[in-house]
Write a protein that binds this ligand. Sequence first.
Ligand SMILES: Cc1ncc(C[n+]2csc(CCO)c2C)c(N)n1
Length: 224
Amino acid sequence: MTTAMYDEWRTTAAEPRFSEWLRLSSEPDWTEVVTHPFASAIVRGDADMYRYLVQDFQFVDAFTALLGAAVAAANSFGSRVAVGRFLGMTVADTEAGYFARALAALGGEPDPVPPEPVTEEFRSLMDEVRRGQEYPLIVAVLCVAEWSYLGWASRVREPLPDDFVYREWIDLHSGPEFEGWVGFLRRELDRLGPGLDEAGQGRVLDVFRRATRLERRFFDMAAA
Ligand SMILES: Cc1ncc(C[n+]2csc(CCO)c2C)c(N)n1
């Protein structure tokens, strides 16, 4: 969807947040991610999780490196601490905990599995912004990954599936703590975006859109 550039858009927007401009400008992909059939299948408890999680573990590896880059590239102590806390608590927990238990329950750790093309492309995008060390671009990719997952996981209505593979994956991406983390990433974009010139804002949008499209394709891959 084409939206006006930020400075024009915000004069008439109901909620003139920079992060809202990025999200609206990434439609229809955004809505297709948060309403994706694969996400609905996770919520119902009948998605084929094995291939998805094997690929996602490779995604999370590059994502973790990107969190480290965000700590290094942030422009304030408070931001470094917020990202560092998430990295140390949630990611350390998730990797050591959920992935190992879920993959074991689904049939054991696979031999090294080559990345699907979309996994490879997602990793390339994350590596590109990680190497570029521009904090707004790094936050844009982090924000898409976390906010879009909050989007589908918060559409869930009780009861959750009994199987922990689904239930924990939904719990990880919803609830007050995860909402707080997504709120932080959005506020970072809201804080930094308006001060960039139009070219800079366009670069943040380009990265945000590419990441949103990759999220959609990642679910397409998992559903195939
Ligand atoms: C394709 C894809 N996009 C976003 C997420 C969400 N996410 C990425 S890292 C992380 C924190 C710790 O695992 C969370 C919640 C995902 N898992 N896979």
